[in-house]
Design a protein around this ligand. Structure first.
Ligand code: PLP
Length: 561
């Protein structure tokens, strides 16, 4: 039998692309194919905050996949794609309170989808057109929001919050070691950041050639903000020892505790050090605001009038966070994640610079890129690390800023903080739970559960500071792990809220990790009954664990209960 010539196969393959010229019937096929995929995903939904319950991931089998010999059709490939979503958490589900993962809004999904079809490349506006302009628009909107002058500032989207830190530190390197792009980095550069800052600091320092060991961690206070007097001591020592401060990294919202550094004080200190030591460079200040930037929408909220009607406890939390976030304009550069507190799909991160001429330090010469930039006016590819950049990140952010506006962002953020505050209130009232990060003003709540009969008024303090409590602490650590495991089993069946666990919320004074449970409220679908449920779930889990432990006691038959 004669095999099909390539012409026949090509004809079939052409059906698998959107038509280059207007063809509403074929567009209908595209849309219908997406709809069919969504239908199949929908069939995997249940009461549980997961898509399809039982999923087993076989890594060995996964490695055995081979490139098929023959072509498949859209239908078949769609099925393959959909099946990869088995077991996915449904982030928007009100029983989903695990981590800082946002459910994306519909406009942000369309914002990601359109570039997936038309494929703008943000390397230059001759291949991105208006999508490149949207990058300018988003930069302008966020600049004004955080207090930068949009006429002075500039911004580029990059690969995650980690990417924004990389850009910030790279600018710092070029300031401290002019010409490093050509000559390489000097050996005496250091980064100063808080011990609560995101661990990507190490990765970035390693990749940039600064070296992880040159990241100096400054201790934090109980609100997880950097201790400024400690920072000053470390900075002075460093300068006096001939080090160059590549960057002072201010964390404007730690991932879990929403610890916010005092940027104003860091800025004053930097200026004073430059003056006093007659430094020939100005240590770069980068603000890691990938989480905290969104609180800027409250900068001009009238907390007295409180038009949106938040509860007093929520207002206090919002105002407290905002007091520090409102100083973001003091940073030389800022990192912003739309895929966290901006409700956009991964990855959508903006690196903002207060003074656009600083990007000049990263610029390549045009003669190094002869085949690019022959037309158009704006060529980010001349100074970005990336060459090709997707437009999806930009349009998703652009979509949400327009969708929410200031009022919508205040509403969603205010609500999630209100729900987290409500949870903390319930946990504080409950006899067997202790909120570990009380005083936290953000959407994450860390707490610890104790067996009946433990005096929760005094236990934590003892566990924290008294080495004699080591055994007790370890026993309670393992108790919290058991509670977590039980909750997880229940959550898998749609009977409990899915929360997470941290194996070390922080260390005790004598060096033992303190295990904690964590609820991260980010879904706009979470309501008061869902936070009440968390407490109820915990109490039920306590009973289950007590039953199991009972049956394991010596003298009682295992499995007797
Ligand atoms: C998530 C996070 C990062 C890293 O951002 P990615 O977008 O995951 O690369 C950096 N800093 C803080 C404070 C974060 O929460």
């Amino acid at each position: 039998m004669a095999t099909a010539t390539y012409h026949n196969i090509l004809k079939q393959i052409r059906e698998d692309f959107p038509r280059p010229t207007s063809d509403p019937r074929h567009d209908a096929y595209l849309v219908f194919s997406i709809l069919r995929a969504l239908d199949q995903v929908d069939a995997m939904k249940s009461e549980a905050p997961f898509l399809a319950k039982d999923h087993h991931q076989d890594h060995e089998a996964a490695q055995e996949m081979q490139l098929p010999d023959d072509i498949a059709d859209v239908e078949k490939v769609t099925q393959l794609l959909v099946s990869q979503l088995h077991g996915m958490p449904v982030w928007g589900h009100p029983y989903s309170q695990m981590n800082v993962v946002a459910p994306p809004s519909i406009p942000s999904i369309i914002g990601s989808l359109l570039p997936a079809i038309y494929n703008p490349n943000l390397v230059s506006d001759d291949s991105s057109c208006g999508v490149g302009m949207a990058e300018v628009n988003v930069t302008a909107m966020v600049s004004s929001l955080i207090g930068y002058d949009p006429a002075e500032a500039t911004g580029v989207f990059t690969f995650g919050g980690t990417g924004t830190l990389l850009y910030g530190l790279k600018l710092g390197i070029e300031k401290a070691f002019p010409g490093a792009m050509t000559n390489g980095v000097g050996q005496n550069g250091i980064i100063l950041t808080s011990s609560q800052s995101h661990h990507c600091r190490l990765n970035v320092a390693g990749w940039l050639g600064l070296g992880e060991k040159n990241v100096i961690e400054v201790p934090t206070d109980f609100q997880n903000g950097m201790q400024i007097d400690q920072l000053e001591t470390v900075a002075r020592q460093a300068i006096e020892n001939g080090k160059k401060i590549v960057a002072l990294v201010a964390t404007m919202g730690t991932t879990d505790a929403l610890g916010i550094d005092d940027l104003e004080a860091i800025w004053l200190l930097r200026n004073q050090l430059v003056d006093e030591y007659k430094l020939d460079y100005s240590p770069h200040i980068h603000a890691d605001a990938v989480i905290g930037w969104a609180w800027s929408v409250f900068n001009d909220y009238d907390f007295e009038k409180n038009e949106l009607g938040f509860r007093p406890r929520t207002l206090r939390a919002l105002a407290t966070a905002c007091r520090r976030v409102s100083k973001l304009h003091r940073a030389d550069s800022v990192g912003i994640d739309f895929h966290k507190t901006g409700f956009a799909p991964y990855v959508s991160s903006l690196f903002l610079v207060r003074a656009r001429q600083e990007m000049q330090r990263l610029a390549r010469r045009r003669d190094e890129t002869p085949y690019l930039f022959q037309t158009g006016e704006r060529h980010p590819g001349l100074y970005t690390l990336e060459t090709s950049r997707s437009g999806g990140s930009v349009l998703a952010a652009y979509a949400n800023l327009h969708l929410f506006g200031k009022t919508g962002m205040r509403t969603v953020l205010g609500h999630i903080v209100e729900m987290a505050e409500l949870l903390r209130e319930h946990l504080e009232k409950c006899e067997s739970t202790i909120v570990l990060n009380s005083g936290n003003v953000g959407p994450a709540t860390l707490f610890r559960v104790y067996p009946d009969g433990v005096d929760t008024g005094t236990i934590l303090e003892r566990e924290r500071s008294d080495p004699a409590a080591r055994d007790e602490l370890r026993r309670h650590n393992s108790y919290n792990r058991q509670i977590f495991e039980t909750l997880r089993e229940q959550a898998m069946q749609g009977r409990a809220v899915h929360i997470s666990m941290t194996s070390s919320y922080r260390k005790t004074d004598y060096g033992e990790p303190i295990v904690g449970l964590k609820s991260f409220v980010l879904s706009p679908f979470i309501d008061s009954q869902h936070v009440e449920l968390v407490v109820q779930n915990v109490l039920e889990a306590k009973k289950v664990v007590a039953g199991r432990n009972q049956s394991r006691r010596p003298g009682v038959a295992v499995g007797g209960l």
